[in-house]
Write a protein that binds this ligand. Structure first.
Ligand code: GDP
Length: 300
């Protein structure tokens, strides 16, 4: 499977070949589109997304804007860039805050996707910006999850609301509701609710997340997805969109040898914007997601 680096190399090579041409024939365009298609598939972008993307690029590359261009090859590269940015959501999408605090942010995603780590990262980022986040441990499924959130909160220097250990399994919906109430009382202006994930998509998990969503009426539901899950990204994202619905996406583990595919697939298939990119295990490894920068990363 290809990494971002490889995808980028493949496209650079394709465009280098294109640049040796003056006017482009339909055969040149088809050859280029075929190469783009192969490079995207190798980088694990879902087939439906690849098809739609290459059809758009092909249509524009055969159209007037390229025929009339002084440098047709350059124009095709520009079209690919524009379409990549469009698929990734166009403009940067910022976190949405409530008019009346506290802003409630709920996290959803599979177990191991990076939710708890992201909760800590987001808390730290928000604190730097002068917010006073409260982390709420509503993942009562995994024995160690509450403890893990407490550790992460400690590292981030953020407050945490968690059910007391020893009180049985507890009710995550009630914990989430109480957490928001505690935030209101203690004047935290943002609440970040960590929820349970399973290793695979399952109905109980979805119902629990949907119940929490209904109970706390969040301003943001952020779906955290591991950028390395490749082709599975589409099905997982769709299942969470149908089951819980989310307002934005967090791509985690975009460091190292993360495949580019998940970013393109999830944004395209769900139509939801990617809000953050998580790029490491450290609490400072979090960036706002910029579609144009990601497109450059893929193309440069
Ligand atoms: P959760 O089950 O969804 O809460 O996932 P965790 O936050 O526990 O993360 C699962 C594993 O992935 C942990 O070992 C984290 O250290 C690691 N992890 C989380 N985010 C990132 C990231 O952005 N990059 C890397 N390389 N590892 C990450």
């Amino acid at each position: 499977m290809a990494t971002f680096g490889t995808l980028s190399d493949r496209l650079t090579e394709t465009f280098r070949n294109l640049r040796t041409k003056g006017k482009l024939t339909p055969a040149d365009v088809d050859g280029t589109v075929r190469e783009i298609r192969r490079a995207l598939l190798d980088a694990d972008v879902a087939l439906v997304v690849v098809k739609e993307f290459t059809a758009k690029v092909r249509e524009r590359a055969l159209g007037d804007e390229v025929n009339r261009a002084l440098n047709p090859a350059q124009q095709v590269v520009q079209i690919v860039n524009e379409e990549l940015i469009a698929i990734l959501g166009g403009q940067q999408r910022r976190l949405q805050f409530a008019k009346n605090p506290p802003t409630v942010i709920m996290l959803a995603g599979l177990q191991g996707s990076g939710k708890t780590t992201f909760a800590g990262k987001l808390a730290k980022m928000l604190e730097k910006d002068g917010h006073t986040p409260l982390l709420v441990a509503a993942d009562l499924q995994r024995p160690n999850a509450v403890n893990q959130l407490q550790v992460v909160a400690g590292q981030a220097g953020a407050a945490v609301y968690a059910p007391q250990p020893g009180n049985g399994i507890g009710n995550p919906v009630q914990v989430a509701r109480d957490g928001v109430e505690v935030a209101r009382r203690q004047q935290h202006d943002v609440v970040i609710i960590d929820t349970a994930g399973r290793l695979g998509v399952d109905a109980d998990l979805m119902k629990q997340a949907a119940d929490i969503r209904r109970a706390v009426d969040p301003d943001e539901v952020l779906f955290v997805i591991d950028a390395m899950i490749g082709q599975d990204a589409v099905n997982t994202a769709k299942a969470f969109q149908d089951g819980v619905d989310f307002t934005g996406v967090v791509l985690s583990k975009l460091d190292g040898d993360a495949r580019g595919g998940a970013a393109l697939s999830v944004a395209s298939v769900t139509g939801r914007p990617i809000v953050f990119a998580s790029t490491g295990e450290g609490l400072d490894d979090l960036e706002a997601f910029h579609p144009d920068r990601m497109a450059s990363r893929i193309l440069d």
